[in-house]
Write a protein that binds this ligand. Structure first.
Ligand code: PEP
Ligand code: CO
Length: 457
């Protein structure tokens, strides 16, 4: 960051710019009161954890680690329950073991959780049967039910969201410190889906080999399981959309002489709010966290280059992740161009593939869905194109849940449009379920290997 800009930057500097996707509140006094409370409440994360993550991401940027970023499209307050949190953490940790086995690199685990409560929407209002109401903007803002009271933006929800984020991360920290007893015993994972896949033998080999490595590890460390030897690191992230909320948790850390957004370790800028002269870019410019920006096909070279130089003028390793979400259809056209544009700036970034948001479609029954095959196709192309263009794909960003939902089609069980009704629970985007997520990790483990060692054609 240029010194002059850092000096002039304040957590409120963004208010001089146009802020997209912000809710309108009826009572300014109540809103100001809530923001003042949030500014005094203790932070959810601390600066040294953020710095640790930045160093790990710098390692991924150099090609020596891989980032697994995943969780719900939108967390809900109702899902802030012990079982649901544990289930989500469990799938992410299991996936990270599968990835570690396949990629043979440290896996950095970052949940889309403990604060993923604000959603950008394509329209400000929603009309059903001639009735028009404000859109649902996430649990931090209003409620999803289609009734007028539910859709009013309520400042109190900012406090409820902060509290639930803190409760979630508190539990995640305790669980990851203690380790999960069954995490290191793949024989206890729910692997029934293997039997449904034509790749059953290949998958079984992966699972057996992970079990073998873990047993070996336990033997050589005197019977202690891996989690007892090295604590599991787990970081939090969410879209930094609601700027008053993010601003309220942003603090100057005198020891570091920098501002940190302490609402999460790694916030990201969504695609709808990444305008170069917009409020979100202005806010993110001044915080020292590692940050992500979602990149889509509509961003031209100048825009992309402007984001890179504005958000990371000092070219600090691990600071900036570009999360591309072009869709399986557009990635071949858009990614090589984006890689070349960033290269022209002379800056380093961490490239991450989000194979979800460019592959959303409407099912025959009218539900929002994504096909497993398109998600895999985009990932496959992302690995290939980065390698072909002398770049490195350093991570993936996935919408998933540890539960048995039916929101995305395909996968080993071959879910179809007809299956979607059975357990469709997302209030926003469709997520991969437990089995689809684990299968995806197995396939990524293979994609990320050098071509000579790959088991699939
Ligand atoms: C999201 O990550 O849920 C999202 C809205 O993504 P994007 O900004 O890439 O559309
Ligand atoms: Co989403």
């Amino acid at each position: 960051m240029r010194t002059t800009d850092t000096i002039s930057w304040q957590p409120t500097s963004w208010t001089t710019r146009q802020a997209q996707q912000q809710p309108r509140y009826d009572d300014d006094g109540e809103l100001a009161n809530v923001i003042a409370q949030l500014s005094r409440l203790p932070p959810i994360v601390v600066s040294w954890e953020i710095e640790t993550l930045r160093e790990r991401l710098a390692n991924a940027q150099r090609g020596n680690a891989f980032l697994l970023m995943g969780g719900d499209c939108a967390e809900t307050f109702e899902d802030c329950e012990s079982d649901k949190i544990a289930t989500k953490l469990k799938i992410l940790l299991q996936m990270s073991l599968v990835l570690l086995h396949g990629l043979k690199k440290p896996i950095i685990r970052v949940g889309r959780m403990a604060g993923q409560y604000a959603k950008p929407r394509s329209a400000d209002t929603e009309t059903i049967d001639g009735v028009t109401l404000p859109s649902f903007r996430g649990a931090l803002v209003n409620r999803p039910e289609f009734v007028p009271e539910a859709r009013i933006a309520d400042p109190e929800l900012l406090l409820r969201g902060y509290e639930r984020a803190a409760l979630t991360l508190n539990f995640v920290r305790a669980l990851s410190d203690g380790g999960f007893s069954d995490l290191h015993h793949p024989q206890y994972w729910d692997l029934g889906f293997l039997n449904h896949s034509p790749l059953k033998n290949q998958y079984q080999k992966i699972v057996d080999s992970i079990a073998e490595s873990l047993e070996f590890f336990e033997r050589v460390s005197g019977g202690r399981a891996p989690h007892e030897v090295t604590a599991v690191d787990f970081f939090a992230s969410h879209e930094g959309l609601h700027l008053l909320y993010e601003q309220a948790q942003t603090r100057f850390i005198p020891r570091q002489k920098r501002w940190y957004n302490l609402s999460t370790h790694m916030p990201w800028i969504g695609m709808r709010t990444a305008q170069l002269d917009g409020a979100h870019v202005e806010f993110f410019r001044g915080i020292a966290n590692p940050i992500g920006v979602k990149i889509g096909a509509a961003m031209d070279d100048g825009w992309l280059q402007g984001l890179v130089t504005t958000l990371n003028p000092q070219n600090l390793p691990g600071r900036l992740a570009l999360i591309h979400r072009f869709g399986a259809k557009d990635i071949e056209k858009s990614l090589p161009r984006a890689i070349a544009a960033v290269r022209e700036t002379g800056q380093q970034v961490l490239w991450i593939c989000d194979p979800m948001h460019g592959n959303t479609e409407t099912s025959s029954g009218g539900l929002k869905t994504r096909r497993f095959e398109n998600i895999m196709r985009e990932l496959e192309l992302a690995f290939r194109l980065h390698a072909e263009h002398g770049s490195y794909l350093g991570g993936v960003h996935i919408e998933l849940t540890g539960e048995d939902v039916t929101e995305c089609t395909g996968g080993a069980r071959g879910l179809t449009d007809g299956d979607l009704q059975r357990a469709y629970r997302s209030t926003v985007d469709p997520r991969l379920n437990y089995e689809q997520s684990l299968e995806l990790a197995m396939l990524i483990g293979d994609l990320g290997k050098p071509a000579v060692n790959r088991s699939t054609p």
